[in-house]
Design a binder for this molecule. Structure first.
Ligand code: MLC
Length: 525
């Protein structure tokens, strides 16, 4: 019987030569495909040896990880798939309160953290009910690999059905409470396969080409963990694996690569490097941008400097990739700056008005989607899940946009805004409500409004406008310092403005548009 475990699909695509390079690290270590396969087998063997039982509702045990990027971190993900368990990757920037919430909510049986944070996080995890806490450093240190070392190189990948859960990815919530998006083996496989074709990996492979992916994204979100890693694993393409994005390092390695994926900040930082030119990009076939809107100006400047047209695509944690500019036909007219492209094969995208009626071409409305990569719902939040789907099964993305429009082909989708109050900073989503909650509970604070302001590096940056209680003296540095202790650094406002009152409309609602206008030039280049 066919095994729909995602690992079985990936493994079937590994190159015949198991000694070929699969991962090369920043310090020159080379891992072969055999190393990846054996390494993940040993960790999977350890996971299985724990004899973990599924939950009462049949859900497989979760493995949560907050670890730095390394080949072993990728092995841990693959091992979790192989063992038939559910992977819960956590941003390394998350602080105690955030982790406490995720661990209680996902209720993992295993939590993997860095050796550095173990003294702080082990008690937190145990208090949250996690039975097994192990560590993994980015230099092959830690108790996870020690425990895995005695397990066999071989591991029979657990049989899984396509609808079985493979991963839970936390996305910040509009209400301030994060939600876990449940992705199945089938969701991940469908998306990986469609991108393999749509972005030319398959054709390249069949033509005897040799793709090399320069992987600079973090491993705890959809973009780096799924889109980029799956593309390379399915293509049998080696990855130049950087621990984090560093423009100079990327420039040094680009001549050895054929594919690069990043958030817009990566592209603006590369363009800021004087030596970044056609010569550096001479062997590249594809640059992909996503997770945040790519400025049309960056798109054009990149083309001018390198001769390459960035391929912008659109997706989210709940849906994986949905819409993409075309790969085939690489003329600038096919990849249109400011649009996210056309729906991927098998994905249905519609734009509807407030009352649910289909919008005409060029008319702005809510973007809704359906397809094989759309998630199964939010972890243990059936009401929230029901709210976010229409009666006919479309997921409400929260993005606002239109098809076609002036000078654009009818099938191309352009995003113009969001119906939810959301900031995207350097490719990370920040919900103002969550940050406001932390500010409002500080001593002396009466109320706050958190907004996104244009930022030359991060696209948008978080800022807060805060009103003090009568007699209280609030200081910007103090508020920022207090927030840094509580929430991930990318959510912390880069500026805090203390004011006497917030502008409100006739209904008493804070007018964030007025604040965005007032402070709009704060981060001007
Ligand atoms: C870091 N900082 C950020 C930030 N990243 N602040 C705002 N927004 C961000 N994204 C903080 C740092 O902690 C530091 O704070 C200060 O800003 C400057 O740090 P830096 O050294 O410049 O940051 P750096 O480490 O270089 O990180 C920036 C970055 C990184 C852009 C390289 O954020 C990044 O890799 N982003 C990619 C995010 C991503 O993978 N998104 C995909 C989501 S999946 P201080 O105060 O300590 O100085 C998804 C679905 C889809 O959305 O469709 O893809």
């Amino acid at each position: 019987m066919k095994n729909d475990n995602l690992y079985a699909l990936l493994e079937a695509h590994f190159p015949r030569d198991a000694n070929a390079p699969c991962l090369e690290t920043h310090d020159g270590l080379v891992y072969s495909w055999r190393d990846l396969h054996y390494g993940s087998a040993r960790i999977a063997g350890w996971l299985r040896s724990l004899n973990l039982a599924p939950d009462a509702d049949g859900c497989a045990p979760r493995v949560a990880a907050q670890v730095d990027k390394s080949p072993e971190a990728l092995m841990l993900y693959l091992a979790t798939l192989r063992a038939g368990m559910v992977f819960v990757p956590l941003n390394t920037a998350y602080q105690r309160a955030e982790l406490d919430y995720f661990l209680r909510d996902a209720a993992p049986a295993v939590f993997v953290c860095t050796p550095q944070r173990e003294p702080e996080l082990r008690p937190l995890a145990h208090a949250a009910g996690v039975a097994h806490v192990v560590t993994l450093g980015d230099d092959r240190s830690g108790s996870l690999l020690q425990a895995a070392a005695s397990h066999a190189d071989g591991f029979a990948t657990a049989p899984r059905a396509a609808h079985d859960l493979a991963a839970i990815l936390y996305t910040s919530g509009t209400t301030g409470r994060s939600k876990g998006a449940m992705l199945s083996h089938g969701n991940l496989a469908a998306n990986a396969l469609v991108l393999d074709e749509f972005w030319g990996f398959k054709e390249e492979r069949e033509a005897g080409g040799h793709d090399v992916l320069l992987h600079a994204l973090p491993l705890f979100h959809v973009h780096g963990l799924f889109v980029a890693s799956h593309a390379a694993l399915l293509a049998g393409a080696p990855m130049l694996f950087l621990p984090k994005f560093d423009a100079r390092r990327v420039m040094q390695l680009l001549p050895r690569a054929t594919v690069f994926m990043g958030v817009p900040t990566y592209y603006t930082r590369l363009l800021a490097e004087p030596g970044f030119d056609r010569h550096v990009c001479r062997n590249m076939r594809l640059f992909v941008s996503g997770s945040a809107p790519l400025a049309a100006e960056t798109h054009r400047e990149f083309h001018r400097r390198t001769g390459h047209v960035i391929l912008e695509r659109y997706g989210m944690s709940e849906t994986l990739m949905l819409v993409s500019n075309p790969y085939f036909g690489i003329a600038a007219r096919d990849r249109i700056a400011g649009t996210v492209g056309v729906p991927l094969p098998g994905v249905s995208v519609r734009v509807v008005s407030d009352d649910g009626a289909l919008c005409a071409v060029g008319e702005i409305g809510h973007v809704q989607v359906k397809g094989p990569s759309v998630f199964r719902g939010y972890w243990r939040m059936p009401e929230k899940t029901a709210e976010e789907f229409t009666a006919d099964g479309y997921f409400k993305t929260g993005d606002v946009g239109h098809f076609g429009g002036t000078g654009k082909p009818d099938g191309y989708l352009t995003l113009v805004g969001r119906s939810k109050d959301l900031i995207i900073s350097g490719g990370y989503n920040v919900y103002p409500k969550e940050v406001e909650g932390y500010i409002d509970e500080m001593d002396g604070v009466a109320e706050s409004a958190v907004i996104g302001l244009p930022h030359p590096d991060f696209g948008e940056a978080v800022a807060a406008v805060v009103v003090g209680k009568p007699g209280a003296t609030l200081r910007e540095e103090r508020i920022i310092a207090q927030l840094k202790e509580k929430i991930a650094n990318y959510k912390v406002p880069k500026r805090v403005f203390v004011v006497d009152d917030l502008p409100r409309n006739a209904m008493g609602k804070v007018q964030k548009n007025v604040l965005r206008e007032r402070y709009g030039k704060t981060f001007a280049a």
